[in-house]
Design a protein. Structure first.
Length: 259
């Protein structure tokens, strides 16, 4: 059985609902990891999504953050919040088992800007918590996929201008080192397993004609456990939704697994 999994920061699910529904109908993903819902659970457009054949689990928050998992199979063993931060009330993490065998997580990693503030400190601490949680999860040998908006520019050629982002939290050595530490747990970047060309992007700012100029960043990832990587058959970035009216500034990243 082939499963198509996608991650998409929708930048307000209610504002983007027509685009999201159109893309779900067109792309037919089996599992979708959404970020930046910007609404509480009660205001999530559950009916519109369920009418397309998806089971829905949300972890929302008013105005900011928020993550969700959509699946054409039942969602089992749903967990919200990232362990290790009892006072952290940001809705940035959710995981569940889909199709009875694949454990997926929807991740909205903190941005961290501006530098020199508690926001950057929070970002780094959150990444440390994520690594610890991933390490525990990977130890069980199950098929796992950690997808989402990681808010890290890993390499200089993952951004249209490294110089322009030299002082940005997404490109600091501390951010990059922590992202590499995640990969070094044995995770595979699904997109890069099939696409080695530089300057491939998943995000384009709304300002200064960034989309039209292809001034983008690669910050959305699907990271696979060794067991999931063994099942990987294809991956890519679907730029179509970014070109729509009232688009999110991110576009879906997807992969296919033969499970």
């Amino acid at each position: 059985m082939k499963i198509k999994v996608a991650t998409w920061n929708v930048n307000s699910i209610r504002a983007r609902l027509p685009n999201v529904v159109a893309w779900l109908k067109e792309a037919q993903p089996d599992v979708v990891l959404l970020q930046e819902l910007k609404c509480v659970d009660e205001n999530f457009p559950r009916m519109e999504i369920e009418d397309l054949g998806y089971n829905v689990a949300t972890h929302g928050q008013k105005t900011y953050n928020g993550v969700a998992i959509l699946s054409k199979s039942p969602l089992e063993d749903i967990e919200t919040r990232l362990p290790g931060g009892d006072s952290d009330d940001h809705a940035r993490y959710m995981e569940a088992t889909v199709f009875g065998k694949l454990r997926v997580a929807s991740i909205y990693l903190p941005n961290g800007n501006p530098l020199g503030t508690e926001k950057f400190t929070y970002k780094l601490a959150w990444m440390d918590r994520l690594k610890a949680h991933m390490e525990r999860g990977l130890a069980d040998g199950e098929m796992r996929l950690y997808g989402g908006d990681y808010n890290v520019i890993l390499k200089d050629d993952d951004v249209y201008s490294a110089k322009a982002f030299a002082e940005d939290a997404l490109m600091q050595p501390e951010s990059r080192a922590r992202f590499r530490a995640l990969l070094n747990l044995g995770l595979t970047d699904a997109f890069r397993a099939f696409n080695s060309l530089p300057h491939q992007y998943s995000y384009w700012d709304y300002q200064a004609g960034a989309w039209q100029k292809d001034h983008g960043l690669l910050i959305d990832f699907l990271l696979l456990s060794p067991q999931a990587a063994d099942a990987l058959t294809n991956a890519g970035i679907d730029k179509g939704p970014r070109g729509k009216e009232k688009a999110s500034d991110h576009t879906p990243v997807w992969c296919e697994l033969e499970v």
